[in-house]
Design a protein around this ligand. Structure first.
Ligand SMILES: Cc1ncc(COP(=O)(O)O)c(C=O)c1O
Length: 345
């Protein structure tokens, strides 16, 4: 197998890093206090809470769900792995949409399963007929790299088509849009939602994600995870972060404002920019590959993510489909990006 290739993490402090959708702002000050308290107490000597009960209670309060419906993970990628191990037998079938998050295919390959990717339409909607028969289906909403969302009615219809096998709504970026599948959970028993603290809570370095699903499902998934998959420090950080909703809202508002501005300015520079519901923007040139632009930006110490897929959404010309996925940075980082792009173009 080829293996998943994560975004570059260069050890250069001068680089403007807009390639892996990290949050450009620091986490809540309460996170540092919580980590400090965990470090200076007696807790490092002991194993952490296996189910993360303190986090589950805090997240349950914030999201208005039962703590028993929450499964903790070492990043949401850990949750995606747990789900694959739990639901997909060897030689089973995993499905997703394309172009989308490329990790899903790697998870299927590790599991010895087959993988089917159904193309999005030209407006990033789901194709009319979605085949049944997958043991597990992943749909990121908002999608990466497009930043687009599929509406709630379509999600419910898809979940009903797939039932009883699960539909996983990967909501890594849902804090940057206006709706979440959480509101569908009670009426859609085969829906599983995954979240991460890497993006909207600025904790990519801590590695913490979670799933929300029916409590009877969570009880089964617990059997598949490592007993102590989240450590004392990440649990303390995640709990403090999710409890500080004022700080979270403030950071989110800044990111959405910058996203609006960069969308307009990139379009003015001649990019085809897909309106984003996320903390990144997908931009392409219909007339040419954007790889040289990525390379020139990198030479100028600005790192964006160059993505190339074997096929694009339906309606795109056959063959390779590429674009730049640019994370929303601080205003000054984006000013730098726009200035360098102007010089390059
Ligand atoms: C769609 C999607 N899902 C999940 C993840 C993984 O996030 P985490 O840092 O929680 O593992 C990412 C990260 O880039 C992502 O883009």
């Amino acid at each position: 197998m080829a293996g998943y290739v994560p975004g570059e993490q260069l050890n250069d402090p001068d680089i403007i890093k807009l390639n892996t959708n990290e949050n450009p702002y620091p986490p809540s000050p309460r996170v540092f206090e919580a980590i400090h308290a965990a470090l200076t107490s007696n807790s490092l000597r002991k194993y952490p809470q296996p189910l993360g009960d303190t986090f589950r209670r805090a997240a349950g309060r914030v999201l208005n769900v039962s703590p028993d419906s929450i499964l903790i993970g070492n990043g949401s990628d850990d949750i995606l792995t747990i789900l694959t191990r739990a639901f997909v037998p060897e030689d089973g079938l995993m499905a997703s949409a394309t172009p989308s998050y490329i990790l899903y295919r790697s998870l299927a390959e590790i599991q010895g399963a087959r993988f089917e990717a159904h193309r999005f339409t030209d407006s990033w909607a789901l194709a009319e007929s979605w085949p049944r028969g997958a043991d597990l289906t992943f749909l990121p909403n908002p999608n990466s790299p497009s930043g687009t969302v599929v509406d709630p009615e379509t999600i419910v219809r898809l979940a009903q088509t797939l039932a009883p096998t699960p539909l996983v709504l990967d909501e890594a970026y849902s804090d940057f849009t206006t709706w979440s599948g959480l509101e569908l959970l009670a009426s859609t028993p085969n829906l599983i939602i995954t979240r991460t603290l890497s993006k909207s809570y600025s904790l990519a370095g801590i590695r913490f994600g979670f799933a929300i699903a029916a409590p009877e499902l969570v009880r089964e998934l617990v059997k598949v995870k490592d007993s102590y998959n989240c450590d004392v420090l990440s649990l303390a950080a995640a709990t403090a972060a999710i409890e500080d909703q004022d700080y979270f809202r403030e950071v989110r508002a800044k990111i959405i404002a910058t996203r609006t501005r960069m969308t307009q300015e990139l379009a003015a520079q001649g990019f085809d920019v897909t309106p984003s519901h996320s903390n990144f923007v997908w931009c392409r040139r219909s007339d040419r590959s954007v790889k040289p632009i990525y390379e020139e930006l990198k030479r100028r110490k600005i790192l964006v993510r160059y993505m190339s897929y074997p096929t694009g959404p339906l309606g795109a010309p056959e063959g390779a489909y590429d674009g730049l996925r640019v994370s929303v940075g601080t205003d000054s980082e984006i000013d730098n990006l726009l200035r360098e792009l102007k010089a390059i173009l």
